[in-house]
Design a protein around this ligand. Structure first.
Ligand code: ATP
Ligand code: MG
Length: 584
């Protein structure tokens, strides 16, 4: 068996060691035992919202395993809940999966199989495994029982096959109003697993569907549609999160009772519709969800954040959506690295936000070019240079990787430096510029502060002399001073809007409402600051979505919607170091 080392497209990294989580062990064992010639997985999002970082874990697993074991992975839209679904989400999900670096084998929709589900339901009626029930939703709840008490059988449970077939056909024909009847599996009202107490398979819902229009007034329930969709597509390993563990007996019940493998009449029209089909008996395997602190991940809360205007939409760079992370400058490689680090298990845990940030830094440190930018400018005048002095200084684009080449940075008499790099009355241990003191200007040489210009209490400029003996190639070039600061040339720098993003929540568990607060009360008021800074020309000129390290400042991305060379807009992806490690 050959294992491909890397799942994602566009990876040029050295082969990684084979991963050894329990899902991969199962797949290895199944292949070794000859249970499958090739494996097939699927990623099955419901198109009722944007994908978030938790989905990235599932995507990396579903697509990653398929690629590693030479199998295939479908993207399937689980579109059985038409009232909550939208084509806008469908397009975004496709874009996000590709952005993460994966390509699906086939694009499918649960709605492609509505006719298969319908025929399968009829088969279950014919074999005595399903019945039409007239109980209302409330009555069904009453009959269901509790965790400690068995349920009671529906009075409609023993309808004849003929009556069930007639009623189900009339449900399908649209004769009955929403909620008046359901088709239910006939399993066991006394089962310890409540999911097996005659669960609904179909409900009546007169609502338009984005793919099937008004063709269907009835829609299949999740467990029925999901298990059969997996079987139809020949999925071998159906990977899902732990909350579906209790549904697995029902999943297996549907697959076994319908038995698509031995009943081609239920699906044999699909290939003619361009949907090649080779049914399997899929195996469901559950793994723990990704949870990250300082974040909310439920779709309901993400929808609320957007709907209540607490963020600027789904792609707000503070959102844990893939669209938001992308706009923030997070790379697909960083998310794949996170998925790998977090690993796959059945243990529920909360990952510290710093693990995500660490993955982002690791990728950007290796791959982001360096540039100079000043975000809180103070004028520095090199008084011993001529007023019309201009030169270009070659800077390496990356300190550890010569392949990134060099660029020319303009330098002249007037510069911008960071205000915090100068202190008129220095505090102890301050090693940057002070009156009468020296500092190295990155790439230039050593300057000494000879004068401080003030307007009232505010320092408006510092005047310095440049020691020509310390310039590149001169005998004093290696002379040591304690501090090195960065700068941009005032004459050539481009004004830029810079958005300093931080965590959206100040509480590690924004969902904790034990003190009567909700996640809305834990929003970080400093999660976005907008500043006007100055960037060197070679920073302004980058394409949108280019990620850069602004030296000494952090990692930034040229905003994919608003950046242009004339009006640069940069989003801070992450600071250079973890500023949250110490409690604030
Ligand atoms: P909802 O159930 O509210 O619609 P969901 O997050 O479960 O939201 P789905 O579209 O059903 O959304 O998810 C698609 C796939 O992604 C499922 O297989 C699900 O198990 C997986 N998934 C969702 N959230 C996470 C998470 N936090 N970590 C890992 N996998 C996840
Ligand atoms: Mg779900």
């Amino acid at each position: 068996m050959i294992e491909h080392s890397s799942a994602a497209a566009g990876d040029s990294a050295a082969p990684e060691p084979a991963r050894r989580d329990f899902v991969r062990e199962i797949v290895r064992a199944d292949l070794a035992a000859g249970r499958h010639n090739a494996i097939a997985t699927r990623f099955p999002p419901e198109p009722n919202g944007y994908l978030h970082i938790g989905h990235a874990k599932a995507i990396c697993l579903d697509f990653g395993i398929a690629a590693e074991f030479g199998g295939r992975c479908n993207l399937r839209f689980d579109d059985t809940n038409p009232a909550r679904e939208d084509p806008e989400y469908v397009e975004a999900i496709k874009e996000d999966v590709r952005w993460l670096g994966f390509e699906w084998d086939q694009l499918r929709h649960a709605s492609d199989y509505f006719e298969v589900f319908y025929r399968s339901a009829i088969r279950l009626i014919q074999t005595g495994h399903a019945f039409v029930c007239d109980l209302s939703a409330e009555q069904v709840r009453e009959y269901r029982g509790t965790l400690t008490e068995p349920g009671r059988e529906s009075p409609f449970r023993n309808r004849s096959v003929a009556e069930n077939l007639d009623l189900f056909a009339r449900m399908r024909a649209g004769e009955f109003a929403d909620g008046t009847r359901t088709l239910r599996a006939k399993i066991d009202m006394a089962s310890g697993n409540i999911n097996l107490r005659d669960p609904a398979l179909y409900r009546i819902k007169h609502v338009e569907h984005q793919n099937t229009g008004s063709d269907w007034p009835i829609y299949p329930m999740y467990d029925f549609a999901h298990s059969l969709s997996d079987a139809i597509e020949g999925i071998t390993h159906s990977l899902c999160t732990l909350e579906f563990e209790d549904h697995r007996p029902l999943y297996d019940w549907c697959v076994d009772r319908v038995d698509l493998v031995n009943h081609p009449e239920l699906w044999d029209f699909l290939p003619a519709r361009g949907l090649p089909t080779a049914p399997s008996k899929p195996r469901q395997i559950e793994f723990s969800r990704l949870n990250i602190n300082y974040t909310v991940m439920s779709k309901r809360k993400l929808i609320a954040l957007v709907g209540e205007g607490l963020v600027d939409g789904w792609d707000d760079p503070r959102m844990p959506t893939l669209q938001g992370l992308r706009r923030r400058g997070v790379t697909p490689a960083a998310l794949r690295l996170l998925a790998e680090r977090v690993g796959i298990s059945k243990q529920n845990s909360v990952i510290d936000y710093s693990v995500l940030e660490g993955c982002i830094r690791e990728d950007l440190d290796a791959n982001a070019q360096r540039r100079l930018a000043v975000l809180d400018p103070l004028k520095l005048v090199v008084v011993n240079l001529d007023a019309d002095h201009v030169e270009s200084i070659a800077f390496p684009n990356h300190p550890k990787n010569e392949a990134f080449g060099t660029r020319l940075v303009p330098f002249s008499r007037e510069l911008w430096i960071e205000r915090e790099d100068f202190m008129e009355t220095p505090s102890k241990g301050f090693h940057r510029l002070v009156p009468g003191g020296e500092v190295r200007l990155r790439g230039v040489g050593i300057v000494r502060c000879v004068d401080v210009v003030k307007d009232g209490d505010t320092v408006t400029a510092v005047h310095c002399t440049l020691d020509a003996e310390t310039r590149h190639g001169m005998p004093g070039a290696d002379r040591k001073v304690k501090g090195t600061i960065h700068w941009v040339c005032a004459k050539h720098a481009i004004a830029a809007e810079v958005r300093l993003y931080d965590r959206l929540f100040t509480a590690a568990d924004p969902d904790d409402d034990s003190d009567g607060k909700t996640y809305r009360d834990h929003l970080n008021p400093d999660s976005r600051r907008r500043v006007r800074g100055w960037v060197e020309p070679a920073a302004a000129q980058v394409e949108t979505e280019t990620r850069l390290q602004f030296e000494r400042t952090g990692y930034f991305v040229a905003d994919r919607r608003e950046h242009s060379a004339a009006h640069p807009v940069f989003n801070r992806t992450v600071t250079l170091r973890d500023t949250w490690a110490k409690p604030k």
